[in-house]
Each structure stands twice: as structure tokens, then as C-alpha cells.
Design a protein around this ligand. Structure first.
Ligand SMILES: Cc1ncc(C[n+]2csc(CCOP(=O)(O)OP(=O)(O)O)c2C)c(N)n1
Ligand SMILES: [Mg+2]
Length: 577
């Protein structure tokens, strides 16, 4: 049989490193999927919702750096890809979407399921192509692959069924991908930075995901400058563990001495971070320097005294050869000590945990961290799960912590962990899910996991509420509204679906329940953990407007007859003090 356009597509994707395609088949995709079947080198992962497939692909692509395919068809199935592709864009994950498109003979006639991919994907995709002529295939597919890998993010190939099924023109093109380039700022800018560093009495470092490959260099620089190292959530897994200079996280989830260090140093070095919460960054009293690969990140969150475009690793290496060692470590010691005392405070919630019912999520998360293996991969749903992950799951050289940290979609953890499990079979992959998140996306595709027998450990924080929003509303001074809902027994639901279910209601069952879940390796397990919906999670630094908002909300709740909720919140948190 002559090669079809769809055969060219898969051969080129396979040559570029694609091993899996997550999605749902149908109409325009039928010839595409038939070619995948003939090709035989790509694992097609049929999911129950295309969005779940994309979140799985994001985790796989982010951790391996290799491209991962997803597919949806046409119109509605394609629409389901979108949220995950936005996440891929923000997490810089090379995901290539194959979007089924209407037949060319009805294109641009508003036909059934027709969707203009250029308009629709504009915000998410780094490159969108409509493959309407077989002769385009090699160039278009090559561009989608190279853009996705080199620029790190999602691309879209929109393909009508008739074109996918048409005879190919020419052979599949070879794909050559350059290794990531090493680039650093100009010598002129570097010498300005060196001068600023050498002049500054005290220096603080604040790092993000851009420090992923620069951990050793950043720690060496911190040692030379006696600089406390704070981080954004996306920097935590690279910069916190085994780092004597680490001072925690700043921002809404913040803990430790990071806020103080960053705001009182003479000079702040922001390394590979696009941290969005400007109110936690210092004003003009602190001199600020930002180093980032992406020129668009420079200066967009706070005003700078110097902005440098370059790779963090290469830039810090160049600095290390030239900056003077600082002799005085008092500044560093002060914020490291502050971090240690916050850790004691955090531990307090954990230590009291075994006696407190409903289960404190802090205790649950800390116990999980304690029991999980040294190379476990943890995924947190957007919601309070992220807070507990940030504060109570300890990282490590081989541990990984991931979530929808930059896009902040709900329901990411279960599919992220599923994608990670397919990529790293046998490694502990743990999804800390909200009950809102789990019922939004995770529960339906638990069936996919049952079929695949993927031993993903789902910990569902069963608090009967969209608790993060509940807290948010109170911090903003609103009476909580639209945040409560009723849950089934998730363990029973899991068992009915063919997974293992474990329900934990009592704090003294936490340890054994989690141990059992972590040891289960014949398929997915769902731990239904009944946790305290009134656990309050204020950051180590509370902005004034938050304090005011919370007071206002409490006043409004009292005035609208919700005294019971106010008392419960006070009670549940005060008994831990
Ligand atoms: C798709 C999506 N919808 C809505 C939101 C807004 N949001 C952020 S966190 C959250 C609550 C999550 O609730 P749940 O999953 O139960 O976790 P909890 O905070 O209760 O632990 C909501 C609604 C969002 N981020 N993403
Ligand atoms: Mg919830």
C-alpha cells in the first residue's frame, strides 16, 4: 500500500521521539489512528476525556523533554484538548496535538464540528498548522515537531480526514533536533552585574523553574555570596533539598525566611523565575536583577535595576569565576534561622495530627512524605493540595514535585501522575487530589487506569468543598458561597470501578492506610481521606489586605447567621495553637 499522509505523520513523530499518543478517536482521526496502528511504534492511550490525556502528556513531556502526542476530533474533541495545552504552554512541555479537522470540501462553511484552529488555539499553541494538501506534510509536521521541542511548548497540526487518508507526496523527512543552545548575557552586562554584586553588602537569591539544570551552580553562588536562597513554587524541587542556604517559599503559599530575605537584602538576584505575585517582591529599596532565558520575562513582574537574557546555568557559571567571596554570613544566618523556626511551627500541626479529628491535611501530607520512597513523584491538584505539597512534602535529589503551578487548572494531579507512571513504570507516582478536582476529571479516567493497571496512588482530600476558593473568598472579605458539595464514599466508588479503595476517617488510621496504599502495585488505588475543611492555610507573610479581608469576611459571616462556620474555623485552628 502506498504511504498515506498519516503514515508520514507518525513516522516523523516517531523519529522525533514520540512514544505515546493520548486521546479519543473518531471521524477525521480514523485514518490517522489507522496509520498509528500500522506504524506500531506508538502506544495509543485511549482516555475517557481528551483533557485528561493532555495533562498526562504534560507530565511526560515536562519530565522527559521528549515530545508527546495528543489527539482529539473534530470540534468538540479538539476543544477538550485546550485547557491541557494551555498548561503545556505554561509548563513549557513539548506536546504535539493532532486535531481532527473537517473534510476540505466543507471547510469554511461552518459545517458540523468545524472549528477554526488558528483562532481557537491562538492563546495556547506556539505553532498551529492546517494540513490541507499532502505536499505540505513534511514541512508542516517538521515545523510542529521542531517548534515544540526547541521552543518547549505545545503545537497543533489540524488535519482533515480526507488529507490524512490521501496518498503521501514524497518520503517522511528526517528530523534533526539541535541540543539546547547554551547562551549567556554579553560580557558588558555581566561586568555590570559583577560590579553590583561586589558592591552589595547583602545578597538574596530567588529562583524558579529556570534553575532546573543549575542547582549546583546556584548553591555554589549562594555559598560564595552568603546569600539566602528563596524560591517560587516551580523552583522548590530544584533548590530546596540538601541546600544549607534554602529559606523557603514566598508568595501565597509561602513559608520560612524567604519573604524577609528577599525584601531586606541590598541586592536581589531573580534566577529563571516568572513569579507572578509582584506584591511579594521588594520595591525600589532593594536593587533587583533578573536573569531569564526568555526576554519576555524580563521586568514584567517588578521594575529592575538590571535585566539579563541568558541561561541560568551558563550565566551563574560565568559569575562564579568573577564575584568576590563575601565574608559576613550574618544576613544568611538570620533568614536560615527564621526558616528553621517556621519549620518547627509547621511541625507542630504534624505532631498534634494523630489526636485531631477530622484529619489535619498537614498531618496527612507529612506522613505521606515520610512514607513515600526516595524517588517518588508527587503531583498536586490546584487547590489546598498545592499548599500541603509545598509545605509538607519534602523533596529530594530523585523526588519530583509537579502540578499546574503556572496555569493553575484544577484536576491536573491524577492525569499528571498517570502520564508519569506510563513513562516511569514502577516508580511511585502519587496524585494528591482535591475532591473537586478528582470528581472533575480524575474519577472518569480512573477506568483508564484500571484497564492499564497503572499503580497510581490517588490521595483524595475529601473536604466536601472547593476549599481553596472558600479560603480565597474569606481572605477577600466575602461570605463563602458556592463552595460546598456532597461526596460519595470515594473508596467504595473506586472499588466499584475495579480499583483499590481505602477510606481513612480517623487520624490514627492515617499511617497504616497510606502504607497500604503505597504498597499496592497491581493497579490504581484511591485513598478517600476525610480531612478537616476548616484547616486554615495563611502564608508566613500575610499582606495587609488579606488580614482586612479575612476580618471583614468573619464579620459578614457573623452578621449573616454563619456563626457556626466562624466558630468551627476558630476552634479547629486554635486547638492546634
Ligand atoms: C478548571 C478550574 N476551575 C476553577 C478553578 C478555580 N479554583 C481554584 S482552586 C479551586 C477549588 C479546588 O477544590 P478541590 O479540588 O476540592 O480542592 P480543595 O481546595 O478543596 O482542597 C477552584 C474552584 C480552577 N483553578 N480551575
Ligand atoms: Mg475540596
Amino acid at each position: 500500500m502506498a504511504q498515506k499522509v498519516a503514515d508520514v505523520l507518525w513516522e516523523m513523530l516517531v523519529n522525533a521521539g514520540v512514544k505515546r499518543c493520548y486521546g479519543i478517536v473518531g471521524d477525521a482521526l480514523n485514518p490517522v489512528i489507522d496509520a498509528l496502528r500500522r506504524n506500531g511504534k506508538v502506544d495509543f492511550v485511549h482516555v475517557r476525556n481528551e483533557e485528561y490525556g493532555v495533562f498526562a502528556a504534560v507530565a511526560e513531556a515536562y519530565f522527559t523533554g521528549e515530545p508527546v502526542a495528543v489527539c482529539g476530533t473534530a470540534g468538540p474533541g479538539v476543544v477538550h484538548l485546550f485547557n491541557g495545552l494551555m498548561d503545556a504552554r505554561k509548563e513549557r512541555a513539548p506536546v504535539i496535538a493532532i486535531a481532527g479537522d473537517v473534510e476540505t470540501r466543507v471547510m469554511d462553511t461552518s459545517s458540523l464540528e468545524e472549528l477554526n484552529p488558528y483562532q481557537f488555539f491562538q492563546a495556547a499553541s506556539l505553532y498551529t498548522a492546517r494540513l490541507i494538501n499532502p505536499a505540505q506534510a513534511q514541512s508542516v509536521i517538521g515545523m510542529a515537531i521542531r517548534t515544540s521541542i526547541i521552543e518547549k511548548g505545545p503545537t497543533v497540526i489540524s488535519i482533515p480526514g480526507d488529507v490524512a487518508a490521501a496518498d503521501a507526496v514524497g518520503e517522511p523527512a528526517a528530523i534533526s533536533i539541535p541540543a539546547p543552545p547554551v547562551f549567556r548575557p554579553s560580557n558588558f552586562d555581566l561586568s555590570r552585574l559583577i560590579e553590583m554584586i561586589n558592591k552589595a553588602g547583602t545578597v538574596a537569591i530567588f529562583g524558579g523553574d529556570g534553575c532546573r539544570d543549575a542547582r549546583d551552580e546556584v548553591i555554589e553562588l549562594a555559598g560564595r555570596l552568603k546569600a539566602p536562597v528563596g524560591f517560587a513554587l516551580r523552583g522548590k524541587q530544584w533548590l530546596e533539598h540538601d541546600n544549607p542556604y534554602a529559606v523557603g517559599l514566598t508568595g501565597l503559599l509561602g513559608y520560612g525566611g524567604a519573604y524577609g530575605a528577599i525584601n531586606s537584602a541590598d541586592l536581589l538576584l531573580m534566577l529563571g523565575t516568572d513569579f507572578p505575585f509582584s506584591e511579594f517582591l521588594p520595591g525600589s529599596r532593594v536593587k533587583k536583577v533578573q536573569i531569564d532565558q526568555n526576554p519576555k520575562h524580563i521586568g514584567r513582574r517588578t521594575s529592575l535595576d538590571l535585566g539579563l537574557v541568558g541561561d541560568v546555568k551558563a550565566t551563574v557559571r560565568a559569575l562564579l569565576e568573577n564575584v568576590d567571596e563575601k565574608p559576613d554570613d550574618r544576613f544568611l544566618r538570620k533568614y536560615v534561622a527564621e526558616t528553621e523556626s517556621f519549620a518547627e511551627l509547621k511541625q507542630h500541626y504534624v505532631d498534634k495530627g494523630p489526636d485531631v479529628k477530622p484529619i489535619r491535611p498537614e498531618y496527612l501530607a507529612a506522613t505521606l512524605s515520610d512514607l513515600a520512597s526516595d524517588d517518588a513523584m508527587f503531583f498536586a491538584d490546584t487547590g489546598t493540595a498545592v499548599i500541603w505539597l509545598a509545605r509538607h512534602i519534602n523533596g529530594g535529589k530523585n523526588r519530583r514535585l509537579f502540578g499546574s503551578f503556572a496555569w493553575a487548572s484544577m484536576a491536573n494531579a491524577a492525569p499528571n501522575a498517570f502520564g508519569a507512571q506510563l513513562t516511569y513504570p514502577g516508580r511511585q507516582t502519587i496524585a494528591i487530589c482535591g475532591d473537586g478536582g478528582f470528581t472533575m476529571l480524575g474519577m472518569g479516567d480512573l477506568l483508564t487506569q484500571v484497564e492499564r493497571k497503572t499503580p497510581v496512588i490517588h490521595i483524595v482530600l475529601n473536604n466536601g468543598s472547593l476549599d481553596f476558593v472558600n479560603i480565597e473568598q474569606q481572605e477577600a472579605g466575602y461570605v463563602p458561597y458556592g463552595v460546598g458539595f456532597k461526596n460519595p464514599n470515594f473508596a467504595a466508588v473506586a472499588e466499584a470501578m475495579g480499583a483499590k479503595g481505602i477510606r481513612i476517617e480517623d487520624p490514627d488510621a492515617v499511617r497504616d492506610g497510606l502504607t497500604e496504599a503505597l504498597a499496592h502495585n497491581s493497579g490504581p488505588v484511591v485513598v478517600d481521606a476525610i480531612v478537616d475543611p476548616y484547616a486554615l492555610a495563611l502564608p508566613s507573610h500575610v499582606p495587609l489586605h488579606t488580614m482586612k479581608g479575612y476580618t471583614l469576611s468573619v464579620a459578614k459571616q457573623v452578621l449573616t447567621g454563619r456563626m457556626d462556620a466562624v466558630i468551627k474555623t476558630m476552634e479547629h485552628n486554635i486547638r492546634l495553637v
